[in-house]
Design a protein around this ligand. Structure first.
Ligand SMILES: NC(=O)c1ccc[n+]([C@@H]2O[C@H](COP(=O)([O-])OP(=O)(O)OC[C@H]3O[C@@H](n4cnc5c(N)ncnc54)[C@H](OP(=O)(O)O)[C@@H]3O)[C@@H](O)[C@H]2O)c1
Length: 251
């Protein structure tokens, strides 16, 4: 940890716009940053950019969500790179995929499930063991409103996010007893690569809103946060529609 820093925060899926905005929000709070993604020039570029823009100490690490055998070593390396102690971790990686393709091509459906659920659960499991032993810290999981109810337009991605939300709920219950905060973040439409060409930018919120909401949720030790907040009401209404009616809708 650099001199004067509050601690170190690990961000998985740091090359996404939400990851970058979250990194900037934690840097403003005085944290050092560990940025992780599958690697390559984009990770190098984002690491240099975040360091220049925020002035924080930034380290990059490679992580492939699908390579679950590497996750124990990854968490060990992240702790070492943080100087022996992580303050918290944000699991932000995800794969939107192509919902139409996933209907025909089961290997694509499997890829979506592997990244968003199996890979996420694996790395979260290792992080949970680390933070439980440390008896403080926070874990943020970026899930999605898509996990709140299965819809024909994106149920493969949605079911993976539903699994992730349930996994985080269980972790929150387990780690509460160890003094560790676990927050589930459920963004609605956010203006990133994942929604380009699918959602009008007018309907999508800025990624910075997610970063700000994450930092606030840690401070207030929240459990489940919708971003923007009005998505909580939208999803409450969508979840309240009886299944015999819901199955007839074109959503
Ligand atoms: N945008 C939205 O409207 C929205 C709504 C609800 C939830 N979310 C969630 O928000 C999070 C960030 O998404 P985004 O919208 O910013 O989309 P994005 O730009 O596509 O970002 C996805 C991130 O996940 C990383 N990633 C993809 N496959 C990976 C793998 N196999 N291993 C490790 N990392 C991997 C990507 O790294 P590289 O690009 O470097 O490969 C990138 O950092 C995701 O969990 C997404 O599901 C987004």
């Amino acid at each position: 940890m650099s001199e004067g820093a509050k601690g170190s925060v690990l961000i998985l899926g740091a090359t996404s716009l939400i990851g970058r905005a979250t990194a900037a929000a934690f840097a403003r709070e005085g944290y050092d940053l560990m940025l992780a993604s599958p690697g390559g020039p984009e990770l190098e570029h984002v690491t240099a950019d975040v360091a220049i823009r925020t002035g924080a100490a930034v380290v990059s690490l490679e992580l492939d969500a699908r390579d679950t055998a590497s996750h124990a070593g990854f968490v060990r390396r992240a702790v070492e790179a943080a100087g022996g102690e992580l303050s918290g971790a944000v699991l932000n990686f995800g794969l939107g995929g192509d919902a139409v393709c996933a209907r025909e091509d089961m290997s694509h459906a499997e890829e979506i499930l592997r990244v968003n659920f199996v890979g996420a659960a694996s790395v979260l499991g290792h992080l949970a063991n680390y933070f439980e032993q440390r008896r403080r810290g926070f874990i943020i999981g970026v899930s999605s409103v898509a996990g709140d109810r299965g819809r024909q337009s994106n149920y493969v991605y949605g079911s993976a996010k539903a699994g992730l939300s349930a996994f985080l709920q269980g972790l929150r219950n387990r780690l509460h007893h160890a003094g560790v905060t676990v927050v589930t973040v459920k963004p609605g439409f956010i203006d990133t690569r994942l929604t380009y060409g699918k959602v009008s930018p007018k309907m999508a919120a800025a990624p910075e809103r997610v970063g700000a909401a994450i930092v606030k949720a840690v401070k207030k030790r929240r459990s489940v946060v919708y971003v923007p907040g009005y998505w909580r009401l939208i999803m409450m209404i969508i979840k309240a529609i009886p299944e015999p009616v819901f199955k007839r809708l074109n959503l």
